[in-house]
Design a protein around this ligand. Sequence first.
Ligand SMILES: Cc1ncc(COP(=O)(O)O)c(C=O)c1O
Length: 550
Amino acid sequence: MLNDFRHIEKMTSQINHKKEVDLLLIFSNLIINKDEPIYIQIERHITAGINSGELKKNSKLPSTREVSKYLNISRNSVISAYEDLESRGIIVTKRGIGTFISIESENESYEYNVDFIQRINHYGDTLRELDIIKSELPYKKGIISFKSISPESHLFNLDDFKRSLLDAWTFEEANLLNYGYAKGYKPLIDYFFDYMKQKRVDTKNKDILITNGFTEAFDIIISSLTNEGDVILCEEPTHNTALKIMKAYGLQVVQVKIDKEGLDLKSLEESLGKYNPKFGYLIPSYNNPTGIVTKTERRKEIYKLFRKYSVPIIEDGFNEELLYSSSPIDPIASLCGKGNGVIYIGSLSKILFPGLRIGWILGDEKLIDVLESVKRGRNINSSFLDQSAFYYYLKSGAFNRYVKNVRKYYRDKYNLVIDMVKKHIPYEHITGEGGLHIFIQLKDNIDARQLLDLCYKDNVLFMPGDIFYENTKNDIDIQKLNNSDTEFIQDNETLRKNSNMGKITKYIEENKNSLKGKDTFRIGFGRVSNDDIKNGIEIIGKNINLLVRK
Ligand SMILES: Cc1ncc(COP(=O)(O)O)c(C=O)c1O
């Protein structure tokens, strides 16, 4: 018993000794010189420790006895230094507890400014200038907004998702909070493989990479497979975010005319022959902004043309699930069998949980291997917690129930929008046969931006159509693009020169009367109540009458 007690006493004294040794470390680099009183050197050493941030407020100092032993100096010198520092309010001694620092260190700072805006490169410039969230009229409380094409969040079946989160937690536990795999959560990858097989896509020799939605998928593909100056063919009009990304990487975007069925085959063949494009970027289902669904026969013709000119396709398969009127149409990717000429990007963002930011790329397995490394290089992996919860949600069958339900909800809204537009808006064309939006070309060249300005005063907002057209070509001159086969492709210097901040915005402003798509606009209705749809479209119609009468 006595032995035990002694043992504990010895250990305690060893621990206390260790603590003192740690505290003494602050003096380990103090070399006492003979030319100055020692207490002054100790004081200066402590204040320097405070200023450098090494000694924080409330940190403990070693006892005067330990310091004198450690530095081999008289204890009185240390006592004088501590007393002086205490009288200046720098340290405080608490009887029976010890001596502590009582002030915050003063942060030394030397002001230094850089004009970062001058240093922004072409990539940053372009994304900033084409950031429509910042440049377009903003949402205001109480406004009727047809601007967005996001899904209605109150339709999300939250209880089902809560259960999926719990399932994910139960099966995977803390693993979900650790680093995951760049390629994605394996069960979700397998789920998407089956999902693609149901769309009759041959997945042999192909692989899947999970991404943060379509947007990251597209960015990863574009940044890994194109070089500045390359030409990409796409529909006219097309998804604004894709346009923005292509412009930011310095690509030449060539838009190909469409008709009510999708890409116009004659124009497509001409462009394929003329521009030697690196890729085609296509949205065959519910093109954003037109809402056009390209039917199977046209898809085949389009695919065959790309194949004939050996140009790969990036297929954007978003929104496929929302078709109301006809039976599902297989993606273009299903046409290429075991071939690898189509890279398919999937995203359920416009149907379900866009906030989860989950999308996928299905493509050639060797390509996916490279893209996986690119993904890892950028952000290591997408959230495993989200992917796992999403997987259990999809697997539970909740998704199928949900889609059935929302299809009816959106179809009713779509029918109402079409009725109202036909009643109030003088249109040249209305397109859109599902999804969450329609696209209108106004009669008689009515300017959609002038219309928007009037409507905004009446608290109605929509998306002007010109943002979906390549309207930002500034000095990379359009003539050159039209007349030459290769010259412009090398012209990267012009591109760089044009990357000065403000140029794109200036160009758009100067050319606002001749912008492509200036008589068009998109109506997104997924989140607009039926009453607001009725009122909002009536207000748009009333303002068109005002413009026409002017
Ligand atoms: C054409 C198109 N593709 C894909 C998406 C989905 O993008 P994400 O998955 O990054 O939300 C959108 C969203 O608006 C879109 O318009």
